[in-house]
Design a protein around this ligand. Structure first.
Ligand SMILES: Cc1cc2nc3c(=O)[nH]c(=O)nc-3n(C[C@H](O)[C@H](O)[C@H](O)COP(=O)(O)OP(=O)(O)OC[C@H]3O[C@@H](n4cnc5c(N)ncnc54)[C@H](O)[C@@H]3O)c2cc1C
Ligand code: SF4
Length: 329
């Protein structure tokens, strides 16, 4: 491993100062992703900035009724936060299923949202693909069974690895970001980016000198929510496809819907086809089936991931049934 400098700031301001003028600088949170990348020689920072003592480790309500989650909050603390599970149950469901107990005790919200892709070509030093400054994507003709079925016409076929990103987009969260020159808030739906030739080396709009400091969840209103993940049996690994569904109902009729898919696209994928199949309909098992089918209508699977179309359909259908309080398998 290349020698690197280690900085341990205790304030947000000192942390963003330490991100500047140090060559390649990386924030370090729980370290599960960053340290693994360094050990695999796919990231060689000159300086590491530990952000765990500098960023907020609390979850608190604001006078406006928002919930403010610090980027240094551990995933386990999010799982166990009572107000989150009451108001934003899909966030709790997603957090509860991240990896194993050890991973949830070590991993942070900020690290989870900014973790890099799991594409096995990206994770191996010898495959110099677009994402690492090379000139091809090995997944196109290679082992693409875990890659994207939506949003995959660009240079990289990754799926976004963050489970938390999906319910955060569904609940219309905002991400607070700081740099030495100020702060900004970015809607979660605009934080993650589809790869183009210009942007393929990163997965979001965060600049190198910026830190994600908070996730801000607006008051949810009266929503019915469902979150369903399809995984290998008993697996602690990332899900293969999943969906968060948020519904507003008037009587038994669905008046508004947000359906966001995970592990199927380079970003959390909002399914407007599924949403259109829900709005104006009765919240029934039949509607759930129709919305699942609508969700995958525009899927474009690669050679080896056609199975994801079926499991995505199932994830959407079961998340809707869960929101409706109808028993699923
Ligand atoms: C076996 C296994 C299974 C897993 N399963 C899942 C799963 O099902 N779902 C899921 O979502 N995740 C899963 N994970 C990932 C896990 O959730 C980790 O939390 C995540 O990879 C990184 O969190 P961390 O705090 O350790 O981040 P780190 O490794 O410290 O950081 C990750 C990246 O984010 C950057 N970063 C960290 N904090 C900030 C910040 N505040 N602002 C800007 N950049 C920042 C770092 O520079 C680094 O590039 C799994 C991991 C393992 C090992
Ligand atoms: S999918 Fe993306 S990360 Fe994987 S090989 Fe292609 S360009 Fe690289």
């Amino acid at each position: 491993m290349k020698a690197f400098a280690y900085v341990n700031p205790t304030t947000e301001q000192a942390a963003v100062e330490a991100l500047r003028n140090g060559g390649i600088v990386r924030p370090l949170a729980g370290g599960q992703d960053l340290l693994a990348r360094m050990k695999d020689y796919i990231d060689q920072p000159d300086r590491i900035v530990n952000v765990k003592n500098a960023l907020d480790t609390t979850i608190s309500s604001t006078p406006d009724g928002d919930l403010r989650i610090g980027a240094a909050v551990k995933i386990i603390d999010l799982v166990e936060h009572a107000q989150t599970s009451t108001l934003y149950p899909a966030v709790t469901m997603a957090a509860r299923d991240v990896g194993s107990p050890q991973i949830r005790h070590q991993g942070t919200v900020g690290g989870n949202l900014n973790q890099r892709p799991r594409c096995w070509y990206f994770r191996q030093e010898e495959f110099l693909c677009f994402k690492k400054g090379g000139n091809r994507c090995f997944a196109v003709d290679g082992e693409n069974q875990y890659h994207s079925i939506f949003g995959n016409s660009g240079p990289s076929k990754i799926v976004h690895p963050s489970s938390l990103a999906v319910p955060f987009v569904a609940y219309q969260a905002r991400f607070r970001v700081v740099s030495a020159s100020g702060e900004r808030e970015i809607p979660a739906s605009q934080y993650f980016t589809l790869p183009t030739m210009e942007t393929v080396q990163q997965e979001n709009v965060l600049a190198a000198d910026e830190l994600l400091t908070h996730v801000i969840l607006p008051a949810p209103g009266n929503l019915k929510s469902g979150h369903y993940e399809v995984r290998f049996k008993e697996s602690r690994d990332w899900p293969m496809a999943f969906a968060t569904v948020l519904l507003t109902t008037t009587g038994t009729t669905i008046s508004a819907a947000r359906v966001v898919l995970g592990a199927v696209a380079p970003i959390p994928w909002r399914s407007d086809t599924a949403e259109r199949a829900l709005v104006g309909k009765s919240l029934t098992a039949q509607t759930a089936v129709a919305a699942g089918e609508a969700a995958v209508r525009d899927a474009r699977p690669l050679e080896k991931n056609g199975y994801k179309v079926q499991i995505t359909k199932t994830a959407v259908e079961r998340a809707i049934l869960q929101a409706a309080g109808i028993q699923t398998a």
